[in-house]
Design a protein around this ligand. Sequence first.
Ligand code: UTP
Length: 300
Amino acid sequence: MARQITKAVVPAAGLGTRLLPSTKSQPKEMLPVGRKPAIQYVVEELQAAGLRQLLIITGERKRAIEDHLDADPDLVQALEQAGNEAALGDLAYLESEARFFFTRQSPPKGLGHAVSLAADFVDGDDFVVVLGDSMIVSPDPAAPLREMMAAHKRLKASAIVAVETVPPEETYRYGIVDVGGAEPAPGEPVAMEDIVEKPPVETSPSTLAVAARYVFSPAIFAMLSRTLPGKGGEIQLTDAIRLLIQQGEPVYAWPLAPDQKRYDVGNFESYFRAFIEFALADERYGYLVRKYIKAKAYEL
Ligand code: UTP
């Protein structure tokens, strides 16, 4: 029987050139989205999904990520003495049972290359990949991962990839999956026939875009080792998944539900959207932001 999945890999080594100058000396994964840096949402999602060993792929100018995920007993003690329960609650991700591991990808040669660096850590187990710059907004942000892991086990899959529907004119920004024209229901895994990196709308096989969450069997590593640099000269994870499909391995797309929305800090437009969304949803400050935006809307 397949063992429970406990390992997750978080690629966070990319250069973030689309967010310059903000990313000149700090990782994009550390940009605040509402009151937390992007990667904290990712870590909290993984912890809530029950993952216990988290490998973060970092690189040059990424040290702030390690500092953010490092225990800080002095800070915790000072907050306890001050009785600052709210701040202590916001640091709960440091108190979880989950352990953090770090490795560096220097230089960043693509998402597929970043994932390939996890082979020793994964050591033959099934595992999860979540991109360090992309968050889920949902009443239960860990639900997609939990359900994907269950489906992975049930279907004895080699890969399950979360997908979301995007507007046709945006397919060129994403990995797009081919599900043979099926119109899959949310939460229902559907067999993938192909996957293409950033296709133009004219040749895009669908409008189902990869939503930055994956569950893999270790078979992906053999495919990654055979994957040559593709789009942008980078080793693409998409190309390795494509090889899995071509080998006849069971690979599925898993559509997010309408109340499971993916946000990212990949470019300024998506970052601003994410910030507004998280600021509005903030349990402490959301009502003030809503009031401000409503008043502001009259001026626009
Ligand atoms: P992106 O595709 O947004 O690329 O990465 P990028 O290089 O970070 O950004 P630009 O294109 O220069 O603006 C998606 C996720 O994959 C990680 C990134 O850190 C981000 O979390 N990534 C990407 C790696 O870990 N290594 C890579 O070589 C590329």
